[in-house]
Ligand binder design. Structure first.
Ligand code: 6R9
Length: 667
């Protein structure tokens, strides 16, 4: 049975379209639609052209080596340094006085660094790491608040040829220890603390606890005094000989530190991503191909210009912070805005105040944040001057059409293109997205693959249902299935640290010769691609494939609903029944008829088959620390099972409260 014939056409009947304005197109970095055909004609030569936007100290002799597939290698024989490409070459080109980073701290102060300043600081950090014994090929764990120093530490590692492994500052001591030990890191760079929602996050204390669990490879801990006082902040234990003060060591270093020439295929970083089960995977990215991918896609998708103030709200603990805060934008000499804290401190208008204060022109954020802003209400953005914005982006999850339209209207003032960017930690760079000067957008659709990327829609059985590339043709009718990427691309992962088998099994075994990302996809009648979330998030209700995202979108379309998470639950007759967890907007009063109204609403939007069996109203949904809804835990709750791994949960209390609520609602 193919996925296609049984997928219900629903929200994905979205008919509103948003072509780019002439004004935007006339100034866009990419305004010639022939880029797609040009790339498709010879993708390898096309990626070589992109690689030439970087500075190489030695040119490559072979663009792509497929001899050990799926262990592909790009730009063989080439040498370059990622930090040189992000800093030195801009300074050498006379751009040293351009602002590199504006760092807004949660308490409300900010600090600005020019490219000259950034280069000097990165050299000092790099020399400090060398003084601590870090050498080319070593791994450095970075566990810091989201401030400029975190970006600079990543670049300092790249400068001396050490691979960084950034661990998000919200992770527990167990998670730090697991990642440090898996990577065999020699040094941890951390801070005495950082600010989050008005409270101090005690990073150094977490590191102390992690080390107490046993991290035999760690030799030294470098501690940034972010809180301005002693690194011994708040009861952390200061181990003489192991712990080193940033103020004392980094500030005393020279501003002169040569860049290590790296092979194109030398490791740039490891970034851990949680698999659906089992231990986190250390995704490996190397230097030349990764930098080529993020450099080109930043230029195309974000349309970066010297006058832009670009703000990506991600944390460097996630791949978005690696690719679209540090390496993509900085290799394009962009001016970045970096924000340390939470969106509701001191009040729920903080993001809009920041945009107003620094005149940000580009905002790249996640659907979970957008839905939260919808829930808080429009009066927060309406009180701020957001007229500086010219482009909006979305990443991390499918964006519901209603959230897309809200973002367009209330944040973009109806005149900013929105780029809905689909990609993964593993893909390194954006794979599917509109090009803002060329592509007509449709709410909820990431539209089409990037130039140079060719994808396919596959059936469960591994048959190719459709080929999709930048010039998607309109199909005769919509086609649903599983996404695959046909050919290697420069920014792709090079493997899983220490586990080559798992790399092959996870990504290259499902469809012969193709990369398997694990996401469901649908191509609508107009040739727009809709990414439907993980394949495990597709329900089979009475023989019909229904994506959880379709039902969620129908729920969020109801005026009272802020956010919804839908799961399939064992059902005696239908195989799976639909269970929805819903949060209500703050200005709406919950009436006795609301649940019935919501079921009816989904029934009319999608069809009776998609009508939820259960709807549970809740104040919060369980999310990972990066904001993705953990449907797996909701399934455990609904099935009355023991909860699986909860270590990546942002706020564990949410699940306990939900379980109580669920059991009471059912009874
Ligand atoms: C960049 C990032 C990857 C997974 C991916 C997919 C989901 C990301 C999306 C999207 C629909 C988008 N995802 N962007 N789904 N539309 N625009 O998020 O990386 O943390 O590795 O997650 O996120 O399911 O497979 P990562």
């Amino acid at each position: 049975m193919s996925t296609e014939s049984h997928t219900i056409d629903t929200l994905l009947e979205e008919s509103r379209t948003y072509p780019p304005s002439d004004e935007f197109t006339s100034q866009a970095n990419v305004k010639d639609a022939t880029i797609y055909a040009h790339a498709a004609k010879d993708p390898i030569a096309f990626w070589e052209e992109q690689a030439r936007h970087l500075s190489w100290s030695q040119p490559w002799s072979q663009a792509l080596d497929e001899s050990e597939a799926p262990f592909f290698k790009w730009f063989l024989g080439g040498k370059l340094n990622a930090c040189y490409n992000c800093l030195d070459r801009h300074v050498e080109a006379g751009l040293g006085s351009r602002t590199a980073v504006i760092c807004e701290y949660e308490p409300g102060d900010h600090r600005t660094y020019t490219y000259d300043d950034a280069l000097a600081e990165v050299c000092r950090i790099a020399n400090a790491l060398k003084a601590l014994g870090v050498q080319k090929g070593d791994r450095v764990c970075v566990y810091m608040p989201m401030t400029a120093e975190l970006c600079f530490t990543m670049l300092a590692c790249a400068r001396i040829g050490a691979a960084h492994s950034v661990v998000f500052g919200g992770f527990s001591p167990d998670s730090i220890a697991e990642r440090v030990n898996d990577a065999g890191a020699k040094v941890i760079v951390t801070a005495d603390g950082g600010w989050r929602r008005g409270k101090v996050v005690e990073l150094k204390r977490m590191v102390d606890e992690a080390l107490a669990l046993g991290c035999p490879t760690i030799e030294r801990v470098l501690v940034l005094e972010r809180l301005g006082n002693s690194a011994k902040y708040n009861g952390g234990t200061w181990v003489e000989g192991r712990d080193v003060s940033w103020t004392q060591l980094v500030n005393a270093q020279s501003e002169d530190c040569p860049c290590e020439p790296m092979d194109s295929e030398d490791l740039l970083f490891i970034l851990y991503t949680s698999g659906s089960t089992g231990k986190p995977k250390g995704i490996m990215h190397t230097t030349g191909g990764y930098l080529t991918g993020v450099n080109a896609t930043s230029r195309w998708v974000f349309d970066l210009k010297p006058t832009d103030i670009y703000w990506c709200t991600a944390d460097c603990g996630w791949v978005t912070g690696h690719s679209y805060i540090v390496y993509g934008p900085m290799s394009n000499a962009a001016t970045l805005l970096v924000y340390e804290g939470s969106p509701d401190f001191p009040d729920k208008d903080r993001f809009w105040r920041i945009i107003e204060k620094h005149r940000a022109t580009i905002l790249y954020t996640a659907p979970t944040a957008i839905r939260t802003f919808m829930k808080w209400g429009t009066h927060y953005p309406e009180q701020c001057d957001l007229s500086s914005l010219r482009l909006l982006g979305s990443v991390g999850e499918p964006i519901n059409p209603e959230a897309w339209v809200w973002y367009h209207k209330f944040i973009g003032g109806r005149n900013c293109p929105i780029v809905d960017t689909w990609w993964q930690t593993e893909t390194g760079n954006i794979m599917i997205s509109p090009l803002p000067g060329l592509t007509t957008a449709k709410p909820g659709s990431a539209t089409r693959p990037m130039p140079g990327i060719s994808a396919a829609i596959m059936s469960e059985e591994g048959e190719t249902l459709a080929e999709v590339s930048g010039h998607v043709e309109k199909p005769e009718s919509s086609i649903g299935g599983i996404l695959a990427v046909n050919k290697p691309w420069p920014g792709m992962l090079r493997g899983i640290w220490g586990d080559p088998e798992r790399y092959i099994n996870t990504y290259w075994s499902r469809f012969k010769g193709k990369y398997f990302p694990g996401d469901g996809v649908k191509l609508d009648e107009d040739g727009f691609l809709f990414l439907l979330g993980r394949v495990d998030d597709i329900m089979l209700v009475a023989g019909h494939n229904i994506s959880t995202m379709e039902v969620e979108s129908a729920l969020v379309d109801h005026p009272a609903v802020a956010e919804a998470a839908v799961i399939g639950k064992t059902h005696e007759i239908k195989g799976q029944g639909i269970c929805a967890f819903v949060t209500i907007k703050s200005e709406f009063e919950v009436t006795d008829t609301l649940i019935g109204d919501l079921k009816h609403h989904v029934g009319t939007k999608i069809g009776p088959i998609a009508r939820p069996d259960d709807i549970i109203l809740t104040a919060e949904l369980p999310k990972t620390r990066s904001g993705k809804i953990m449907r797996r835990l909701l399934r455990d709750i609904a099935e009355g099972r023991e909860l699986g791994d909860t270590t990546t949960l942002g706020d564990p209390s949410v699940v306990a409260a939900l379980r109580d609520k669920y059991e009471n609602t059912e009874g």
